[in-house]
Design a protein around this ligand. Structure first.
Ligand code: CO
Length: 280
């Protein structure tokens, strides 16, 4: 069998320090002037601090329409509530894949006054045909996120997609996402086939990796992959942790304003009108 064509690194970027919600400090990795989006991904935020002042204000009540928000907690506890009566506690290792669809109003508030709060929020676009769908949650505690051990020194938490026989619990046919949390011991490597045509990125959040000719990729670096069949990631001389995310691009126009992501300006105006009239 032929070796799969490895995807090169097309772009290498660092996130931007910013704050959101009521003043939560975070690093915006996608959704910046440098990288406004990577179809179908609209935003990636990393939050991580053991200083309560950086996170305690949380994300009070705010709306979403037209896309999905995916929260992956690494450390800490966050309480989620929405205006449809859904409520839940995000605990370490848990994932909440929320389809906002035609609209929800929710809050995400820390349920701790001290200690480490760390994780990611990813925004995934929906195609025009699904933007006004009913809101839906796919929520999984840490023990429901399966792990794959494809080789010695390689552990992969499979949130979405498949590694060998291990299938992630999240289902989203529109974008067919892959979302893997990969831990590699020093000098070990992981190779993963990503469907050709899907956009893919890796974000290193601990340690140092080496990927496709980029020898030293430290914590905080985002790699956007070019076209090919597979990605190959090698740990540097220290353990590394990173997320690998991929999805089928929608190739639709994006009209975006704050928490609303639609296809046209008129649909954004409608979202504001509906929100103001309490129709979410
Ligand atoms: Co939100």
């Amino acid at each position: 069998m032929n070796q799969p064509a490895l995807r090169p690194v097309a772009r290498r970027l660092r996130g931007m320090a910013t704050s959101d919600g009521a003043g939560v400090r975070l690093t915006r990795v996608i959704g910046t002037p440098q990288l406004p989006d990577l179809d179908p991904f609209l935003m990636l935020d990393e939050f991580g601090s053991d200083k309560p002042g950086d996170y305690i204000a949380g994300f009070p009540s705010h709306p979403h329409r037209g896309f999905e928000t995916v929260t992956y907690m690494l450390d800490g506890r966050m309480r989620h509530k929405d205006n449809h009566g859904n409520e839940g506690l995000l605990t370490p290792g848990s994932v909440q894949w929320m389809t906002a669809g035609r609209g929800i109003v929710h809050s995400e508030m820390p349920e701790q006054e001290e200690g480490l709060m760390r994780g990611f929020q990813l925004w995934v676009n929906l195609p025009a045909k699904d933007k006004m769908t009913a809101p839906q949650y796919q929520e999984f505690s840490a023990d429901r996120i399966p792990e794959a051990y494809p080789a010695d020194g390689v552990r992969v938490k499979v949130i979405a997609g498949r590694v060998g026989d291990v299938v992630g619990p999240v289902s989203q046919p529109a974008t067919d996402p892959t979302y893997l949390d990969i831990a590699l011991e020093p000098d070990k490597h992981f190779e993963h086939a990503v469907p050709s045509g899907h956009n893919a990125f890796a974000y290193v959040y601990q340690g140092v990796a080496s990927v496709a000719g980029e020898d030293v990729v430290p914590k905080g670096d985002l790699l956007v992959f070019g076209s090919g069949e597979a990605v190959r990631i090698t740990a540097g001389g220290v353990p590394v942790r990173l997320i690998l995310v991929a999805g089928r691009p929608l190739n639709e126009p994006v009209a975006r304003h704050g928490p609303f992501v639609m296809n046209t300006r008129a649909e954004i105006m409608q979202a504001f009108a509906d929100y103001n009239e309490g129709k979410f």
